[in-house]
Design a protein. Structure first.
Length: 256
């Protein structure tokens, strides 16, 4: 057994968790968190090269929290609900049903994601196919705080599962992701952008700002977040890890 799990009776924990799934037709999420030694969580994201695979990174300074998650144990998307209230209630219900050995504010299983200001469908040429909101509970979540570093593995289990087989899967996942944490990050790659197109155009954007200011002056609006998108092509394959390294280095005091 790996160093990170040899002192943990995970088999006993999983057997108890499976017994708690008897009244749950679709099973429940079992999540197990252990302390680990990690100076950086970004290497976890090197574990998947598949296009559109789930990977997430979050860093803030006050309080200090750095998280990197990969793969999905569960997900909740706003498109499947008639209201944001139902959407939020579903996330709360899933988290309430998670069986976990550690569930502190900053440590343990978490849904990570976000949603648009408006939950209504958008027919925008650019954002039309983009989910209006989605939250994912990562299969693996690496976390660093001022108190230490942790690795959280989450998987759905059912009452019919064999606890020994499930325990073996968890131990294998801990070994896999612990090994990823030991990887060195790739060299930072800079990309040249070509075929840059602004959405909306400069003139349309200026007109939108002017119109918004007038609406605020007449109390039709209180506050508006204005945004503008640049669409561009890159000459080589885009490296997300490099982009995250550049962002957190350039904006060290910001939330990334």
């Amino acid at each position: 057994m790996d160093e990170i799990t040899k002192h943990i009776n995970i088999d006993k924990e999983i057997k108890s968790a499976i017994e708690k799934c008897e009244d749950y037709r679709e099973g429940r999420i079992f999540s197990f968190t252990v302390s680990c030694i990690a100076k950086d969580v970004l290497p976890i994201l090197l574990g998947s090269k598949e296009k559109n695979s789930f990977r997430v990174y979050w860093k803030q300074n006050n309080p200090k929290i750095e998280m990197a998650g990969i793969n999905q144990a569960d997900s909740v998307c706003v498109d499947n609900f008639s209201s944001m209230t139902d959407f939020n209630n579903k996330i709360t219900a899933v988290l309430d049903d998670v069986i976990t050995n550690k569930n502190y504010i900053n440590i343990g299983p978490k849904f990570i994601g976000g949603h648009a200001f408006s939950p209504h469908p958008n027919n925008s040429e650019i954002w039309g196919d983009f989910p209006r909101g989605c939250f994912v509970l990562p299969e693996c979540l690496a976390t660093i705080t001022d108190d230490g570093s942790w690795l959280t593995i989450s998987k759905k289990i059912n009452s019919s599962d064999n606890h020994i087989e499930v325990a073996t899967k968890f131990e294998d996942l801990f070994k896999k992701y612990t090994k990823l944490l030991e990887n060195r990050l790739p060299e930072i790659e800079n990309h040249n952008l070509t075929n840059i197109v602004n959405f909306p155009t400069r003139m349309n954007y200026i007109n939108s700002i002017s119109s918004t200011i007038e609406n605020i002056k007449t109390d039709k609006m209180k506050k508006v977040v204005m945004s503008r998108l640049k669409k561009a092509s890159i000459e080589t394959e885009f490296c997300e890890i490099s982009a995250l390294q550049i962002l957190r280095s350039t904006y060290a005091e910001c939330t990334n």
